[in-house]
Design a protein around this ligand. Structure first.
Ligand SMILES: Cc1cc2nc3c(=O)[nH]c(=O)nc-3n(C[C@H](O)[C@H](O)[C@H](O)COP(=O)(O)OP(=O)(O)OC[C@H]3O[C@@H](n4cnc5c(N)ncnc54)[C@H](O)[C@@H]3O)c2cc1C
Ligand code: SF4
Ligand code: SF4
Ligand code: SF4
Length: 401
């Protein structure tokens, strides 16, 4: 039976909950805002299935991709509407066109991030774009299984640990299943996201209690000023008045906390599925550093990094109509270390969560600012200390004369 001793030993993939024959595992949110399994011992029959499907307990060996590409969707509008080069949409469209089903992460009515599926091209719009919040998987793996058994083609997309959890949950290979994971920095807390949204709306609205229902659109990766200068954009209404946020990603409070690893899921600092251990057919990311490595593929509107990991992925990829240039894994890795390495935990993470989080925005500002201050101090120390040593040595020599 599954027991979580260390928080970092659960990535929240929900595989155990969905496999349990007694349905006696509940996912409960902890004080940091992440879901963890809790077993009802009175119902458990000790069958051990929950442990067999856990991607943290059953990790695969690291792999290297079969081929690596820099690629762009040839539909300019879709590429601009996507976070990277719009590769997710082109692959998802090909699955829908074959009568298939596509699973991905979308915002629900309360602007929480959840996994869902679509059987139409229009339905793919909701999955487009990166949402920097952990998505709630819910019952998606059981739905995937039902579609696979009907003989439908299924594309499941998500984080590497979600793909690893799905594959273990299914317990056998299905010819009609294709999986795509993203290169994954880590996922921020859904609780911090909820609080950030509520507090932002309150201040935008000068206390009139605008609710999430008044938000029209949220884009973590708006490209109006370019792919590399991406912005966090929120648009909404307070009565008839337009309200919104439009800030560089590095300056928005929520995304700054994300970049400084202040409230990532603990498992993200010890990721069980990096190095292509997820078993996915294709991995998608941003081709960071492309301006130096493949400048002809760089137009600052988004270029995807595509790692093709299996023969099934290779067959699908070779039939897509897109702009694609083959490159080496080494070149791709040089701009994107999160493919292999987990990010470090912020030294302020514990202090942040131990603080009173009734209001998160001032606390995120406090603990991210402190990090910058200490970095500046460290930097100044690096410059000042050698100068101090030189002056000290000169003074000693002068005194000895
Ligand atoms: C939390 C997170 C961290 C990331 N970290 C990196 C990184 O360090 N380096 C890097 O190169 N790329 C990273 N990416 C991936 C990158 O931002 C793009 O999502 C990816 O390149 C696909 O882009 P696209 O243009 O093909 O499709 P898009 O349309 O931009 O992306 C849509 C795809 O992303 C999936 N997705 C969106 N949000 C989530 C979510 N919260 N959980 C699971 N799946 C989601 C959708 O299901 C869909 O498959 C990250 C994405 C997320 C969500
Ligand atoms: S051991 Fe079996 S019954 Fe008990 S929680 Fe795990 S899956 Fe459910
Ligand atoms: S990683 Fe997934 S399967 Fe393992 S305990 Fe957590 S939710 Fe359950
Ligand atoms: S960093 Fe690893 S554990 Fe965290 S969400 Fe991504 S794949 Fe899962």
């Amino acid at each position: 039976m599954i027991t979580i001793k260390e928080k970092s030993d659960c990535c929240g993939c929900n595989a155990c909950t969905q496999v349990c024959p007694k349905q006696c595992i509940n996912m409960i949110e902890d004080k940091e805002g992440f879901l963890y399994p809790h077993v009802d011992l009175t119902e458990c029959i000790d069958c051990g299935l929950c442990e067999k499907v856990c991607p943290v307990i059953n990790q695969n060996h690291p792999r290297k991709p079969l081929g690596v590409y820099a690629a762009k969707n040839t539909n300019e509008q879709i590429r601009l509407d996507s976070s990277s080069g719009g590769l997710f949409t082109i692959i998802a469209q090909s699955i829908i066109n074959q009568g298939g089903v596509v699973f991905g992460a979308k915002f629900n009515d309360s602007w929480a991030v959840v996994h869902d599926y679509s059987e139409t091209i229009e339905g793919l719009v909701a999955f487009r774009k990166s949402k920097y919040v952990q998505s709630i998987i819910g019952n998606s793996f059981n739905k995937v299984l039902a579609f696979l058994k009907e003989g439908r083609k299924v594309l499941f997309t998500g984080t590497p640990c979600q793909i690893a959890g799905l594959k273990l949950f299914l317990r056998k290979e299905y010819e009609n299943l294709l999986t795509i994971d993203i290169v994954c920095h880590g996922v921020p807390s859904p609780l911090v996201w909820r609080k950030y949204l509520a507090e932002s709306l309150l201040s935008l609205d000068q206390g009139k209690k605008t609710s999430c229902a008044n938000i029209n659109d949220i884009n973590f990766r708006n490209k109006d000023k370019g792919w590399k200068s991406f912005r966090f954009v929120l648009n909404g209404l307070s009565g008839n008045k337009k309200i919104g946020i439009n800030q560089p990603f590095s300056q928005n409070v929520f995304t700054k906390g994300f970049l400084q690893n202040l409230y990532l899921r603990p498992s993200c600092h010890k990721c069980p599925a990096k190095k292509f251990k997820s078993g996915s057919d294709i991995t998608l990311g941003d081709f960071w550093g492309i301006e130096n490595t493949l400048p002809k593929m760089n137009d600052d509107r988004g270029t995807s990094l595509v790692a093709v990991n299996t023969i099934k992925g290779e067959v699908l990829y070779s039939n897509l109509a897109l702009t694609s240039v083959k490159t080496s894994y080494k070149v791709a890795l040089s701009g994107n270390p999160p493919m292999e390495v987990s990010v470090n935990v912020s030294k302020n993470r514990d202090r942040f969560y131990d603080d009173n989080l009734d209001y998160v925005i001032p606390k995120i500002k406090k603990y991210t600012k402190e990090i910058w201050q200490s970095r500046i101090k460290r930097y100044l120390f690096k410059i000042a200390y050698p100068i101090y040593r030189i002056i000290k040595n000169i003074a000693i020599k002068l005194l000895k004369r």
